[in-house]
Ligand binder design. Structure first.
Ligand SMILES: [Zn+2]
Length: 143
């Protein structure tokens, strides 16, 4: 959201193996932009990308073809520590969590879709304007 960057790349071409050019581009967009790319770029957990993809497929089936607007993807421990209210052991620091919204989709609806996604683990609802999705243990909270 803050960088204005955009990625619309496939992360797989056969549904089994990673398509590296697309996967690397998605990891770049999900990097911690608060630090230099040397520290801020990691390989995002593939299951997290799959969960985002599943949410987007659900929306497309519902007639909503809109981008996933990422508020926060990977966070270095330093960036995470600087965020007020961030969990101390946040899965963002392992590349396993993404905060996002989708234009035209209410946060209620988006959180419900995330909870219904069988790949997702934790789903956090943040009325300030985003939903947190991770691939840790299954749980739900309101932030
Ligand atoms: Zn989050």
């Amino acid at each position: 959201m803050d960088t204005g960057e955009y990625a619309a790349e496939p992360f797989t071409q056969d549904g089994k193996s990673l398509y590296w050019p697309g996967y690397k581009k998605l990891c770049a967009v999900l990097r911690d932009e608060h630090v230099s790319p040397h520290y801020g770029y990691v390989q995002i957990d593939v299951r997290t990308i799959e969960a985002l993809w599943a949410v987007q497929q659900y929306l497309i089936r519902d007639g909503i073809d809109a981008p996933i607007v990422v508020h926060s993807g990977y966070r270095t421990p330093q960036t995470n520590a600087a965020i007020e209210g961030a969990a101390r052991m946040s899965l963002h620091m392992w590349g396993k969590a993404v905060d996002f919204h989708v234009p035209g989709v209410s946060l209620d609806e988006l959180a419900g879709i995330c909870r219904a996604c069988p790949i997702s683990g934790g789903v956090g609802y943040y009325p300030e304007g985003w939903v947190h999705l991770d691939t840790g243990p299954r749980r739900f909270w309101v932030g």
